[in-house]
Design a protein around this ligand. Sequence first.
Ligand code: FUL
Length: 653
Amino acid sequence: MKYLYILSLFTLLGACTSAPIRQKTEGKSFSVPANASREDIIELSTQVRPSYRQIDYQQREMLGFIHIGMNTFTGAEWGTGKEDPAIFNPDRLNAEEWVKTFKDAGITGVILVTKHHDGFCTWPSKYTNHSVANSPWRDGKGDLVKEVADACKKYDMKLCLYLSPWDMHEPTYGTDAYNDYYIHQLEELLTNYGPVYLLWFDGAGVNSKTSGKEMQFAWERIFKRARELQPDVLLSGAAPDIRWVGNEAGQGRETEWYVQGIDDENILFGGEIKGHEATAKDLGSIDELMTKKRLVWYPSRGGLPLRKGWFYNPNDDQTTKSLEYLVNSYFSTVGQNSNLLPNLSPDKTGRIPRKDAERLIRFGKIIADMKQTDYALGAKTIPVSGWDNSSGKDVLTDNDPFTSWQTPDGVTKAEVEIKLKAPALINVIKLQENIRDYGQRVETFAIDAFIDGQWQEVAASTTIGFRKMVRLKEPVETDQFRIRITDSRVSISLSNISMYYLSPIPKEKEAEDNRIALKDNGWTISSSGIYVQETPLQYLVDDSESNSFRGIIQKLPSRFIFNFKNDGYILKGFSYIPDKTVDAGHIEEYALYFSNDGQNWGEPVIKGRFGNIVNNPVEQFIPFDEQKAKFVKVEILKATADTISIPELVFYQ
Ligand code: FUL
């Protein structure tokens, strides 16, 4: 492939002068020709390129998320659209404090939810009454988007805006008029607040299964209008620039390919992307790409609410993620070719819970401390095998991800040795490919360290992409390393090697759980409207999440009745622990009834929706006013699938 040589020549020339100036280059995607062979797909996958917007985004590692809205005041994760704007009054809100918290954590942009699925707008949109203009906050004169935009300007942070496509409030939702409504709102956001770095088109509810309404979104029209107003804006989510990594737990994939296959021929594809399953384990392998119609550059991002849910809920005060969790998430996403979006949830007063803010900043500092010394910077690199004459340049340790070594076409294995200036203690090694000029190629690699007079393999993994950070099981102290690329698509490009030491992560004190869970001591459990498969009903309350009860919904509401077989208990709360397995079916809407005789149930003690249960299957704790019960009935009013799996139901005293 002459093409590669020409490109590498350009890269070399670029490196001889100053850093190559690439003006706003659009990405490259390709249709898969009919009858393409495996070799054709391998070749084609290496021709796909990121746009200048995506390259900028990928370099950014993290963006901060802020969720505030109606749910902050109701305690829900998903609202109903029927909330009264009168409840919105975060009277101590200080957007500068939010933005600065992210900045102090080393994050360079903030994504603000301007409208969540309940349709409430945190700016005074002139297209609806369902907004801050009708709330008591700042006497109805507030504009949260403006406050955050101003704070971002002050702290030199990128402003990103989330405008939920699914809208439970707006009456036109489900008709074409809603596309106009949505575009009008985008126009407001893109014209009144200065440059917007990224727009977030959340995928939740864009299908009728979740929203209950069929809505034909005019995605192309929506995206075109956004780009007309702000050509540099990134389109994320149910959109063509950035995809969901597949969970909301901050977990990436070891094998993470930017090049993805889809079945949509439209460059501005959106909504539920045809032929693309964001939660699939295998995304981007040649086998998978061979089944697709089009190859596109589609980097991922993993959201991570610092607490259990995205919105503030006082019941979640003890659920702030540990430093260890945050650091692990960083390596799992940022360290595996993705981006991480940590979320802060301002409380009803508008302030970020102190513990959460401090935790995020400490986490950011741990990462910054690690990066402070790159022990490989300026180190000598020796081409051992595989490389072409690009390896004459000493660029692998210059911390520039766009100056690189290449191998000739067809050479898919190569080795490079790194000689540090002095022996150092290392436990994190970062590798980078020159994705801008060569796309993503490396399939597998291994790392050796020279210890006690011999080479020892200390790590082996799959895919590199823009950034792979490998954490070694144990720190090694040496001045010599060897990177072995053991397989690649067509040829190899390697642009940077960095080496760090990550200090042990401090452990914070475990939060105390004051809840007292009832233990099954011979209760009888009966069910109706659900076909009980293999697993016994006792699995619902056996205090073991690994034993999941499984059943098939036959008729809604389906019911479980618990007979405590004693005088009863005073109950204060109930928990549903959902199954974390991808594709598991969950309870989505529920009602809880108490009775003293198992016959008369009266009104439900509590009833509601486990909003966002599919994407964020975390414990759903529901406290209620103390009440005595001899019998409890749990009704399933709606489920996310016909077959459901319930690891645990817990009643609290
Ligand atoms: C999801 C939403 O449903 C959640 O509420 C949250 O906003 C998250 C970032 O995206 O799809």
